[in-house]
Design a protein around this ligand. Sequence first.
Ligand code: ADP
Ligand code: MG
Length: 413
Amino acid sequence: IPETLEDARATLSRVFGFASFRGVQEQVVSRVLAGRSTLAVMPTGAGKSLTYQLPAAMLPGTCVVISPLIALMHDQLRAANANGLAAAALTSVDMDRELTIERFRSGQLDLLYVAPERASQPHFRELLTRSPPALFAIDEAHCVSEWGHDFRPDYRLLRPLLDAFPEVPRLALTATADRHTRADILAQLGIREDGLVIAGFDRPNIRYRITPRDNALRQLRALLGEQPGPGIVYAPTRNGVEKLAAQLAETGRRVLAYHAGLPAELRTANQAAFVASEDMVMVATVAFGMGIDKPDVRFVAHAGLPKSIEGYYQETGRAGRDGDDAVALMLWGADDFARARMRIGEVEEHRQPSERARLDALANLVETPTCRRAVLLRHFGEHPPETCGNCDNCLHAPGVTDATQLARKLLSA
Ligand code: ADP
Ligand code: MG
């Protein structure tokens, strides 16, 4: 294994151009290279892709990557191909399917991306039977769990495929999974409990602010005034996005909109413009952001209550990936909670307890007079200090205000 790790480090710099592993990457990669199935829980931006792309570059045979979104797959493909890996995707929109299958069969591919609904079909299993993969990577693995915030039934169909290749290691990856969801992912994907690797969740440069919504437009304008850098404003509905985008554009800032109801070309163009810009505001539904690699996002605002703590963490996690100061502002209203409670009444009965637990956890984050970061991190199973000094509650705690005022008095005296 030490030799393998040395090879891994060499590959890391030769193929990917990185000087060192970050955080738990090394631990995950060495487990995978040793053939041990793993669930890696690593925050957005922590570098999850590398943990399967690097083994894919080293191991003989192909790494099959299960990924839920075609757009995500294509971003990953571009990045992998740019690093000189042989990567392709089998999707409904890729025309060269025959060629991809041929390349896979003849062992030319390092990475084969496939959506879960295709991966679970019998002819995909037959394809793999003839040339078994070196590794299964299951990206966005929280989608397999009803406890997760983004359950996709298709992910449940993967298990028979995985079980047909018991000797092929499985690497499940997710950014956001609380204790329940983690246990469920392990069970659903047949990974041993000791296969769990968790990276630290703290994003110390993000300043959390959670405040009642009195006048969303005024509150968001104030934020835009403070933050000249690029930012994302999440609105709950497509209509809300359109309206808010128009209103915020009146401030003179460059504002674009993004939601699933816009034509695909416009979505792509708006996303590209945002990624390239240094001051743009993107008003969007949560359809925006997955897989977008923009390090200098200075703020993420929620104009309404997010769906869950996991969703909130993932969405706010798009701010400040470069490590510089960033703000996460959530505006919430009592009506948001009322609506959320009504929606729970409409879902299938067996899902209601988990939905209710999700909403309670969110209410706890919103209502706490204590450190927001501590609540967030405890939700993900960490044991953080009681105060962080970089959230609204810590900064506005009476002691802190007094000290600031005292300092001001002393300075002006
Ligand atoms: P995630 O999927 O966990 O959100 P990505 O895999 O998209 O994160 O990686 C985020 C960014 O970090 C990418 O730009 C990637 O190139 C970069 N990255 C990954 N590993 C390293 C490393 N060891 N050193 C420096 N940058 C890295
Ligand atoms: Mg990723």
